[in-house]
Design a binder for this molecule. Structure first.
Ligand code: NI
Length: 137
């Protein structure tokens, strides 16, 4: 077995969202989600970190070519998410609250289809400089 190494690529996007559960009345939504439930949406500067772990390739010395990783993230994630209203523009969030947790899961599942299955991937998503999530945990 070769040595396993993790490589990380950092990207960024801005997006608007609103947290709301249509099964609850307005009071309960407001109690649970606070300002995040305000009807006219609000934005975040999301910082996205994608971690890829695997053995280095004996030919290149790479776990994964970072240019390829960067292109995959841009084409399939940031170009789709940047400057969008996640609730209204993205079919993934029509029926699912666009919390940082759910956004990280969606991004992971998108990227999984484009990254060699022998590599492990993890998504770290900062919604604010102090609040961030990691998937898989
Ligand atoms: Ni928010």
């Amino acid at each position: 077995m070769g040595k396993r190494v993790s490589v990380y690529r950092k990207e960024h996007f801005n997006a608007a969202h609103r947290l709301h559960n249509p099964a609850w009345d307005d009071n309960r939504n407001s109690e649970v989600f606070g300002k995040c439930n305000l009807p006219n949406y609000h934005g975040h500067n999301y910082e996205l970190i994608v971690k890829v772990t695997g053995e280095t390739d004996p030919g290149t010395g790479y776990v994964m070519d970072m240019k390829v990783l960067s292109d995959v993230i841009r084409e399939h994630v940031t170009d789709r998410f940047d400057h969008r209203n996640l609730n209204l523009d993205m079919p993934e969030f029509r029926e699912m609250n666009p919390t940082a947790e759910n956004i990280a899961i969606v991004i992971h599942d998108i990227l999984r289809a484009y990254i060699d299955e022998k590599l492990d991937i993890k998504v770290i998503l900062y919604e604010t400089p102090r609040n961030y999530v990691e998937y898989p945990a």
